[in-house]
Design a protein around this ligand. Structure first.
Ligand SMILES: Cc1cc2nc3c(=O)[nH]c(=O)nc-3n(C[C@H](O)[C@H](O)[C@H](O)COP(=O)(O)OP(=O)(O)OC[C@H]3O[C@@H](n4cnc5c(N)ncnc54)[C@H](O)[C@@H]3O)c2cc1C
Length: 289
């Protein structure tokens, strides 16, 4: 494993890390927690750039958003009172669902997103929160909505860049709101067969003012469900409406067959899991369906 690696760097600044990435060309790879890079063990890699000493492990309130440094670990997210209090704790719940305790002590939020897996557990809650990612390369920084970051399995908008931080706007508190994150995997510590994050905001009469639904492991990238959201938004929240929205989820996903599950099973689980998540949100908002 990695017997072709010739250089391992541990830079102290983002600028140094970006320079090393450029110097290493196609054969250089960033390593954060290493839980994906080391398992993948790509034999073409000659240079590893460890980014864990760049000071990118933080969770900060900046204005009306939470800003999370890329090397913040899953364990830090799940233990953070701020992240547990953000939108019903959907991001903390997703972090707590990532593999074993040992994995979560190593695995970083940035690595989970930058790896580009359709099953990345932190992606659906961050999509539901309409988060953005901040990337830094030789030409400076740019900010991108997370929804535009994923392009294909294992592919993202990252060029020779570092994912520096993730910015999650704080949804308003109070009123009739609910949030849910649910993961369905083969075992407690397995990668998702399907995951879902959802949020509902209702008005005083029980009509849906806003709906957010995002899914993992059901398409080439983690993705939002605007069709299902539109079915709910503006309508009275009834069991029939919810069922229509879940049917739309099942239509809009494009799962694959793999070792974990056949595509048609995933489609059905997507429908069922979206329904459970929406009912959990509705219940928090004071509606039992
Ligand atoms: C046994 C096991 C169980 C797992 N279970 C789960 C699970 O339940 N849910 C889940 O979602 N994942 C799971 N994973 C996958 C993995 O643990 C996560 O994706 C993890 O968050 C990756 O983070 P890392 O810091 O270890 O990334 P690394 O392995 O260090 O890096 C992953 C990729 O991202 C790049 N990268 C990392 N950080 C940055 C950055 N800041 N900027 C640019 N590029 C970067 C690296 O170059 C590499 O290509 C599991 C993995 C294993 C081995």
């Amino acid at each position: 494993m990695f017997d072709q690696v010739e250089a391992f760097y541990r830079p102290r600044t983002i600028r140094q890390a970006v320079r090393l990435l450029h110097e290493g060309g196609k054969r250089a790879r960033i390593v954060a927690g290493g839980t994906d890079v080391i398992v993948e063990a790509d034999p073409s890699i000659r240079t590893l750039v460890d980014i864990t000493q760049l000071g990118l492990s933080y969770i900060r309130k900046v204005g009306n958003s939470w800003t999370i440094g890329a090397t913040t670990t899953m364990a830090e997210l799940e233990d953070s009172a701020a992240i547990r209090g953000l939108a019903g704790g959907i991001l903390a719940k997703a972090a707590a669902a990532c593999g074993s305790v040992q994995m979560r002590n190593m695995a970083t939020l940035g690595g989970n997103l930058a790896n580009g897996s359709p099953a990345a557990d932190t992606a659906p809650p961050l999509l539901a929160l309409e988060a953005s990612v901040v990337l830094e390369g030789a030409r400076g920084r740019r900010t991108l909505p997370l929804a535009e970051f994923f392009s294909a399995p294992g592919r993202t908008a990252l060029g020779k860049e570092l994912l520096v931080e993730i910015v999650a706007p704080t949804p308003a508190r109070g009123g009739r709101r609910g949030w849910a994150f649910l993961k369905f995997g083969r075992t407690e510590s397995d990668i998702s067969v399907v995951s879902v994050a959802a949020g509902l905001q209702l008005d005083a009469r029980g009509a849906c003012k806003a709906a957010r639904i995002a899914m993992g492991a059901v398409a080439p990238t983690p993705l939002g469900m605007p069709g299902a959201e539109a079915i709910l938004t503006g309508a009275q929240l009834t069991a029939e409406r919810m069922a229509q929205a879940c049917e739309r989820v099942a239509r809009d996903v494009s799962p694959i067959d793999d070792v974990r599950a056949p595509a048609e099973y995933r489609r059905e689980v997507a429908r069922v899991l979206a329904g459970r998540a929406l009912r959990e949100c509705a219940q928090q908002a004071g509606v039992t369906l």
